[in-house]
Write a new protein. Sequence first.
Length: 114
Amino acid sequence: MNIDAFEALADPTRRRIVATLRGGEQQVNDIVRQAGIHQSGVSRHLRILHESGFVSVRPEGQRRLYTLRPEPFRAIDGWLEDYRRLWEERLDRFANAIEPQGKGGKAASKEESE
């Protein structure tokens, strides 16, 4: 299965699992308990998150421990950076356009003339 980062995180259950794993490495039973999802669902979603690169798995005896990987989150942040910069510039221009002109501007001179 080839799934991109946004498809992987589009599912609310997978986002809940990711939020659970933000606390650090965990085994499936801990994720089941914290996320409130059945084990079969957690296992299926962990497989998708693993295949898409969001989680890594480390066997420890009979347990399998899951943890978040930073690389896909960095890639998403890099993709978003261009849009973040674009919107910050637009919002800065908008803020400058709606700010009062200052003491010598239109709003001040109108009040002074009354």
